[in-house]
Write a protein that binds this ligand. Structure first.
Ligand SMILES: Cc1cc2nc3c(=O)[nH]c(=O)nc-3n(C[C@H](O)[C@H](O)[C@H](O)COP(=O)(O)O)c2cc1C
Length: 339
């Protein structure tokens, strides 16, 4: 069924197709795939995750389709990136597909409705039905393009969103906001995280604070970042965001587009980084593994490398909405076979 819809969607510009998908999901008519797998439950950050497969940031930027994504079988959903003020992002077109390599390149630049509308959407979700407050919904936060003092934007978002977010994901790894990734540098990162943690601790609800990192950090940078995050005392890492590299094998025209590459060509690179950080932190910092997860094997690779939870985005585009549930089924079978 999705294969037919996919043919039509692939005839459209990638961002337009995404918009059509969001509209369809908003109708609430989408058939639920959600199944329960008691073998896949895990406790982390003070929550019980029904399964480890989450929706990665960027798909539901404005917190509009959380119920549909939970119904699709995701164990948790990360919404955003949200910035304090609404912004329109970079000129279109700004999302590109390479069907052959099951990859996307995006240079969106955080288009989103801004804090005020985002917060309304999230609050509406939390009041949507009796159990909505139990759902695990992380909020991915970022800075506006014109902000000269990034820490102010992040602090504002922590203050305003801690009530309704299950966790906060600090995004300093998108390649499409100038200067953003410089916050990952050792000298900038330690004082930045200290300020954010102080702000987090000043709220009524002390939400877990996770840091989302780029897959383009060198080994030396990874070592430095690992030391800083351990010392700062954040709650976890999300590894990884997209890459600016262009591995061999991509369609030539596609490969020339500027932006962050996601999907299958990112899988091994992000898994390597997960393994490295698991070692560097002695397994003490929970890792959400993301990057090219599109099959049970991809999921197992990341869990074996040291991830406690997973996320995916690009896999949905190529494998369809049955993917989270298919991965859960496969993990469940593997677990029972191993027992
Ligand atoms: C179109 C698109 C938009 C994205 N937007 C965001 C975003 O707003 N914030 C963020 O932290 N990551 C964003 N990402 C990165 C994803 O969350 C994820 O880290 C990355 O795509 C790797 O996972 P995947 O291969 O499963 O897509 C975006 C990815 C894509 C493809």
């Amino acid at each position: 069924m999705y294969k037919i819809a996919q043919k039509a969607l692939f005839l459209m510009d990638a961002e337009m197709a995404h918009g059509v998908g969001i509209k369809a999901l908003k109708t609430g008519l989408y058939p639920p795939h959600r199944q329960k797998f008691s073998s896949l439950k895990r406790s982390l950050f003070g929550f019980e995750f029904p399964n480890p497969v989450g929706l990665a940031a960027g798909f539901d930027k404005n917190a509009e389709v959380i119920p549909a994504m939970l119904n699709m079988g995701f164990g948790f959903v990360e919404v955003g990136t949200v910035t304090p003020k609404p912004q329109s992002g970079n000129p279109k077109p700004r999302i590109f597909r390479d069907i052959g390599s099951k990859a996307l390149i995006n240079r969106l630049g955080f288009p989103n409705v801004g804090l005020e509308s985002f917060k309304k959407n999230l609050e509406a979700f939390r009041h949507w039905e009796e159990h909505a407050h139990e759902a695990i919904v992380g909020v991915n936060i970022g800075m506006n393009k014109d902000q000269s003092d990034p820490v102010e934007d992040y602090k504002l978002l922590i203050r305003e969103l801690s009530d309704h977010a299950s966790y906060l994901a600090v995004n300093i790894s998108s390649p499409n906001t100038p200067g953003l990734r410089d916050l990952q540098k050792k000298e900038a990162l330690a004082p930045f995280l200290d300020e954010l943690l102080k702000e987090r601790d000043a709220q009524d609800y002390h939400r877990p604070l996770l840091l989302k990192l780029s897959s383009d950090l060198t080994e030396a940078e990874q070592e430095e970042v690992a030391k800083v995050v351990m010392k700062a005392g954040i709650d976890g890492l999300i590894l990884t965001n997209t890459t600016c590299e262009r591995p061999a094998g991509l369609d030539e025209k596609f490969s020339r587009e500027t932006g962050g590459l996601s999907g299958q060509p990112l899988a091994a690179k992000s898994t390597d980084m997960i393994r490295n950080f698991a070692q560097l932190t002695g397994g003490k910092l929970p890792i959400i593994g993301v990057g090219g997860v599109a099959s049970v094997k991809d999921a197992q690779d990341k869990l074996e490398a040291g991830a406690s939870l997973l996320q995916l985005y690009t896999g949905l585009v190529y494998e369809g909405p049955g993917l989270p549930n298919r991965i859960c089924k496969g993990l469940d079978v593997a677990k029972r076979n191993a027992a």
